[in-house]
Design a binder for this molecule. Sequence first.
Ligand SMILES: *Cc1c(COP(=O)(O)O)cnc(C)c1O
Length: 399
Amino acid sequence: MTNVNIRNMLGLREVVNVSGTMTGLGASIAVPEVAEAMSGILPQFVEINDLQRKASAVIARLTGAEAGFVTASCSAGITLAVAGCMTQDNLAAIERLPDTTGLKNEIIVQMGHVVSYGAPVDQAIRITGAKPVLIGQATSAFEHHLEGAINERTAAAVYVVSHHVVNYGLLELTRFAEICHARNVPVIVDAASEYDLRGFLEAGADVVLYSGHKFLGGPTSGIVAGPKEMVRNTFLQNAGIGRGMKVGKESIYGAMAALEAWERRDHAAIRAREKSYLDLWREALGAYGGVSAVIEADPTHNPLDRLRVTIDPTVAHITAWDLVDALARGNPPVIARDHEVEHHYFYLDPCNLHPGQEEVVAKRLGEELDKARASNEIIATSLSDRNRRRFDTLRRWPD
Ligand SMILES: *Cc1c(COP(=O)(O)O)cnc(C)c1O
């Protein structure tokens, strides 16, 4: 496999990804159709705006929207869509951003949606010059918060669909959109890692944004879909703040190929394969005291289950985070999904494995749990040191 050779050649670790689609690991396995499309178009000249017209047709067909285009990332999509709602098609205003003088410049977001997907949601809004107006509190937002925040300076509202956001006490999309639309405020939905390409528009989103490199298995890219005029105003930002977020022909065409491959994908077969991985791991972990493994549905209802592995350190002789770290240090490194590890559990995500890697994961889990069982002491390092180490390492880059 060429990808293995590339990693050897460069001296990169051959990571096994059971954490999901993570930017820090290279996002996802691009499907073969994508690799072929990208290498096919790279040597050729194209008129980019014509290529984007073709992308618009594919996006429209798959999402049910009127139009669409491909940008650098979903994060770029948030920025460009917000900018489009402020400038409309005023080319001079587009060049003036982030100076928003004379424009509507307030963007409403529920406080519980202001999360980090690797960078803060509100920063993607602020870099346009817009002012995020946070409504409600971290774990609650009511209709009166939204109604009270809309005024003549409101340019748009941003709604985030994600396992990262607070999952109770906030306004659901349909009602959020109704309230916004009653006052002519467009709704931008960040659905970066959601599988549903139609439901958010049907629920009232105006513009919806996806990542091309997450479940779609495309190149690093973002997909914008919505009504023609809003998509156009978003697209026009490429002559302004969108310039630094540009995509080339290869990513536009790669994202088109990803969407078309998604349409043809045998989703039921993939689900069955993933289920067999979860069963394998659950069975392997069943042999260990202090370890419980349950299959859990995706929190935002994507058709994807994960294995939640809870560790009782007093019985298993290791904490959940020390186990995750031992797996990551191993050969090959196995990277688990550890956002919530302080609660003594982590997840194994089956959606980004190459055939055979499920066995590697089962074997490595067994090896580390055997080691812990044989240890006289409980392997328990400080969680706050662990978090600090992560940022210390980052700050030393490229060393
Ligand atoms: C991943 C993610 C993003 C960022 O997507 P990119 O395409 O990587 O920029 C934005 N929002 C949410 C909710 C995400 O999960």
